[in-house]
Design a protein around this ligand. Structure first.
Ligand code: ZN
Length: 206
């Protein structure tokens, strides 16, 4: 089956979405969709660079690709400095629209993508854009233990959905409106996140 390698870079996508829901439960002023966008912002910018051949993916030695088995040369979008700059740009754009506090939250959430990727990536994250200076590249490589990486993603989805539900429910109760919407959105986060993870793991996305 033909590979869609750009999806491999988004292999942590369910975990990132889980984190978005978790942040939403604390920062209610920021729209959930903007937090979802922020968590995968670096991967969104990655796609055109990947299509242009500027950022690339290769199967890790001894693997055929698939969940967590890629060495990702996202040397601009996923360099530490590049991630900081891209997060700052998104944060500034959201801040101009929704105020400073929301902009700061969106910027930090966008940068959290890099920190989560740092846990799972196989030592392929450079410090400077274009891997300038050929400094050491980073990544703790949790993807080498796929079951552990999957568990981390699932835990983020479940925790995010649960905390979102609790926060949204109490907001509905305070406003004396029906709490069923909170339950529906939380269920969507849970089912959607788990489905994305399942597709990712079974290789339908990868
Ligand atoms: Zn990424």
């Amino acid at each position: 089956m033909a590979h869609l390698p750009c999806a491999q870079a988004a292999a942590m996508i369910a975990g990132h979405f889980g984190l978005a829901a978790l942040v939403k439960s604390r920062e209610r002023a920021v729209p959930l969709w903007s937090l979802m966008l922020a968590t995968v912002w670096l991967d969104i910018v990655f796609v055109p660079l990947f299509l242009a051949g500027i950022e690339t993916i290769e199967p890790a030695p001894g693997t055929h690709g698939g969940y967590g088995a890629g060495i990702i040369h996202a040397n601009y979008t996923h360099s530490l400095l590049g991630a900081i700059l891209l997060s700052a740009i998104l944060g500034a754009a959201c801040g101009a629209r929704w105020g400073r506090q929301s902009g700061l939250v969106v910027g930090l959430v966008a940068f959290s993508h890099w920190l989560l990727d740092l846990i799972v990536h196989r030592g392929d994250l450079p410090l400077l854009p274009g891997n300038a200076g050929h400094l050491p590249t980073l990544g703790f490589g949790l993807w080498r233990a796929p079951a552990a990486a999957m568990s981390l993603e699932l835990a983020l989805v479940v925790a995010g959905a649960w905390l979102y539900y609790r926060a949204a429910r109490s907001a509905c109760l305070a406003a004396r409106i029906n709490t069923s919407r909170a339950a529906w959105v939380a269920a969507l986060i849970l089912v959607g996140g788990t489905a994305v993870l399942a597709l990712d793991v079974t290789g339908v996305l990868g």
